[in-house]
Design a protein around this ligand. Structure first.
Ligand SMILES: *[C@@H]1O[C@H](CO)[C@@H](O)[C@H](O)[C@H]1NC(C)=O
Ligand SMILES: *[C@@H]1O[C@H](CO)[C@@H](O)[C@H](O)[C@H]1NC(C)=O
Ligand SMILES: *[C@@H]1O[C@H](CO)[C@@H](O)[C@H](O)[C@H]1NC(C)=O
Length: 153
């Protein structure tokens, strides 16, 4: 008695699943854009830490990913790559950055000067793109921060 109803339920489950899948596929094809997910938009760190600027994207095909760094002193490119190929890392960040296929980058042994805005741009082959920002605060230990403020006064 038991196998039959459970078998039926399974079939219905599968066809429902297929239906949901088709619906999802149809939605994806329609939206044709890049989506970008940034779990943590502000990161507080102390010097010498290794920092993961964590993101995840979804889009059609293999995109181009670019990270730039902005601070009061201006904007510079950090790295550009297509997931699966070698990254083109700028001279300023050579040996200090590694890239991940999901678009994230890791900064090794950050310094106070690395504080600022990190902007990621994910660009699809067809041209649409999406950008996102992570703010990084790098500080010395708390006591040193207070000392610095005293010196400035
Ligand atoms: C980072 O530090 C600032 C104060 O300097 C605080 O307001 C903020 O909540 C902190 N953010 C995180 C993610 O710890
Ligand atoms: C991206 O990949 C890195 C390395 O595998 C991982 O640590 C990180 O959590 C991923 N980011 C997201 C948002 O999934
Ligand atoms: C790497 O980046 C530099 C500076 O943006 C550029 O001049 C060079 O052509 C790039 N190289 C490759 C292989 O993309």
């Amino acid at each position: 008695m038991r196998p039959l109803p459970s078998g039926r339920r399974k079939t219905r489950g599968i066809s429902l699943g297929l239906f949901a899948l088709c619906l999802a596929a149809a939605c994806c094809l329609q939206s044709q854009g890049v989506s970008l997910y940034i779990p943590q938009a502000t990161i507080n760190a102390t010097v010498k830490e290794d920092i993961l600027l964590s993101v995840e994207y979804s889009c059609h095909g293999v995109p181009t990913i670019e990270w730039t760094y902005s601070s009061n002193w201006g904007t510079q490119k950090i790295v550009e790559w297509k997931p699966g190929t070698q990254a083109n890392i700028s001279q300023s960040h050579k040996d200090r950055v590694c890239t991940f296929d999901n678009g994230s980058i890791q900064l090794f042994s950050v310094g106070v000067r690395d504080s600022g805005y990190y902007v990621i741009t994910v660009t699809e082959r067809l041209g649409s793109s999406q950008f996102g920002t992570i703010v990084l605060h790098v500080s010395e230990s708390t006591t040193e921060e207070i000392e610095l403020e005293d010196v400035e006064c």
